[in-house]
Design a protein around this ligand. Structure first.
Ligand code: ZN
Length: 342
């Protein structure tokens, strides 16, 4: 299970491999980039490569994935490998000072098996100020044998003092074709399903690898039912749908699906690359709407949905927001004059 598992991060991996070969590995790295694209996986593969008992003889540093050390790191039972992450059980999901202190204590001592003690800090931006300060102290004078892999999809939320102590490696979102190929290989799903999940996940392979195809398609269909002419033509239907969706706590998810649908619609209007279209099964409906929809209003709506997503954490009334957006959509696509398909 070595580095080839990490889809689309060849550049970062190459840099790390070369740093090891030239004995220039830093004591702390900050892996940053979008969520669920493979930062954590790359960190684990690096830890395995650095501790592997039977490293492959191929070019560059890598791991075998099956020796005792590789398996222990995967299972997080390796005595020289530590993971700090927010407590999923807690509502606030913070990394607390005690978690950092405990690892700090372990990391001071020489490695038990390998050459390095490695500490992976996932979602590091969730550290409390106390935790960040404790980590900073260690990063200021890291033990010679230590390696810190700090992972964050919101690096700007990390204290600048921590960032400046880490060598930053930016992870870019893998290309859609890479995600599709990985999905077909690892999940053995059809190319159509792989394409679908790759577009929906916007390159977040970690998400696409675990998403339930049937469930995801069902949610997409729910949005199609919501925006079909029969539904949009009736204000009563819009209001009752919005209410039902909000009650089921599904407003945010539906808004995300709606944004994808509007993007498809605009793409058709501007005669963009049709390979990017997600709602392929409903092309006829999209084309009917595209003929008469007002592009400016659609773009306004996309911005509105984005704003709603950003505010959603702060007691926004999602029911009202969804209702308003659907009513505006009705106007934007001039739903009342689209022929209802037989
Ligand atoms: Zn190994």
């Amino acid at each position: 299970m070595p580095f080839r598992d990490c889809i689309g991060h060849q550049q970062s991996i190459g840099l790390l491999q070369s740093a090891v070969t030239h004995e220039r590995l830093a004591h702390a790295y900050l892996f940053h980039g979008e969520e669920a694209i493979g930062k954590r996986l790359t960190a684990i593969r690096l830890a395995q490569a650095l501790n592997c008992e039977r490293p492959p003889e191929a070019e560059g540093l890598d791991s075998c994935g099956i020796c005792r050390s590789c398996r222990q790191i995967e299972a997080r039972t390796h005595p020289d490998f530590f993971v700090i992450e927010p407590d999923q059980e807690q509502a606030t999901q913070q990394i607390k000072i005690e978690q950092v202190r405990e690892i700090e204590h372990h990391i001071m001592y020489r490695p038990l098996i390998g050459e390095r003690k490695i500490c992976l800090i996932d979602n590091a931006d969730r550290m409390t100020i106390g935790a960040a300060n404790a980590l900073l102290k260690t990063l200021e004078e890291p033990p010679a044998h230590s390696l810190f892999l700090v992972i964050s999809s919101r690096p700007s939320a990390l204290p600048a003092t921590i960032r400046s102590r880490c060598q930053a490696l930016r992870f870019t979102t893998p290309a859609r074709t890479q995600v599709e190929a990985a999905l077909i290989l690892k999940r053995e799903i059809s190319p159509a399903d792989a394409r679908f999940l790759a577009i929906v996940s916007e390159g977040r392979l970690g998400e696409a690898l675990t998403a339930d195809v049937k469930d995801t398609r069902a949610r997409q269909q729910e949005l199609v039912d919501l925006v079909c002419p029969q539904s949009l033509q009736s204000i009563g239907a819009i209001l009752s749908s919005a209410e039902a969706i909000a009650k089921a706590d599904r407003a945010q998810d539906m808004l995300a699906w709606l944004a994808r649908w509007i993007r498809d619609l605009v793409l058709i209007q501007v005669e963009g690359d049709r390979d990017q279209i997600l709602y392929l099964d409903d092309l006829a409906m999209l084309e009917a709407y595209a003929q008469q929809a007002n592009t400016d209003l659609l773009l306004d709506l996309l911005r509105e949905i984005e704003k709603t997503e950003q505010r959603a954490t702060r007691h926004l009334n999602l029911h009202m927001a969804l209702e308003m957006i659907l009513l505006r959509l009705r106007d934007a696509v001039a739903a009342s004059s689209v022929p209802v398909p037989a």
